[in-house]
Design a protein around this ligand. Sequence first.
Ligand code: PLP
Length: 419
Amino acid sequence: MIDDSEDPKVPFARRGSIVDEHDLIALSELVHSDAPLSQGIRREQFEERFRRFIGSRHALSVTSATVALQLAIHLLDLAPGDEVIVTPQTYQATGQPLLDYDVTVRFCDVEPGSLNIDPDALEALITDRTRGVILVHYGGFSCDADRILALTRPRGIVVIEDCAHALGSRYFGRRPGSLADIGCFSFHTTKNITTLGEGGMITFERDEWRERLDRLRSNEVDAVFTPRADRNMVEPVALPWMKYSQGVYRQNCAEVRRAGTNATMSEAAAAVGLVQMDKLPDLVATRRSIAIRLNEVVRGALGTRTLEPPPHIEHSWHLYTFLIEGAGRRDRLVQQLHRRGVEIQLRYFPLHLLPEWRARGHVQGECPIAERLWFTEQVNLPCHPGLSEGQIRHMVDALDESLAELPQSAGDRPLQARP
Ligand SMILES: *Cc1c(COP(=O)(O)O)cnc(C)c1O
């Protein structure tokens, strides 16, 4: 037996979703059928279901959000000297594909009230060479998409939404993933739904991107080659499932073919994805109810600030985050919570200060707010549907006690949003 029992009392998030007998039934149906295990009907059904839920024109499944982001960045057709603006308050996968391009990356500082990119800071970073913006709806708190698009649309800048946290969120009734040009979703074990541990989806509006993405995610396979007796060459032959074989490719494969990949979501993953979509509203409601209880405790303490969205934003509460001011108080609090068995992971170390970005010349001071918050004020608490009532109570009590033990002097007033 594998022993997974070495646990904190309240784990940060080993699973972000509930996987149970309903998922098993879907898997069992697949296993007991003679359907193919890849490129079958379940993948198409999951994509269609997802597309409708998000309200995007297209949705294509892939094997992770990392691949979705790679493919999304590929669509920008970046040339040397182009510029891309990225949030620093995110997981490394958001900006990582850009390391392979000869482009200038500009990290845009965040707003302290949401940890999302600050539209004013964004405006100051836009130049004639800006080709793309990659934003994250941090923790599931939707970015102010209308303000951002008012800056980018007139200049033809493509906006990629990293929606790894934002499944289940809304912005003026619309879903992240349909707000801008391209949305990238994750179904990793810790995310709001999972396709058995790994998976992703890419949503987008432009029809011309569909064939390109579909081919890129499947090795560009769209013809088989048969020898021809009368000529010393091969002839591409389209089979019925090869959707794109009739056009240019057929005339000149060498010119059209690019370096594709295989990011095909398996039928097993898609079967579970369909079941997970049924559960999503309940999963998000559970997250919200935990966040409400944590907010009550945090609001009662001095020098703290909750990150609560305005009424036009529905938060998916993928992450529960609050801020605490006062020298050393955050670090003391994290220590006390760990001592009481509440696992804390501070998400995320500012991207521009990771070694790969420092090696490209990025330095401390580039995003002062993101840096100050991560190094001194930000706390992320466990907030996921796998927590039992007992674990939630334990966390609420541990938080209450740990906050009360902190020195009060440095934080005897509510936090102000500082410029
Ligand atoms: C999890 C995550 C990713 C990567 O998702 P994978 O599916 O694990 O590749 C990208 N961006 C953010 C913000 C994430 O949280």
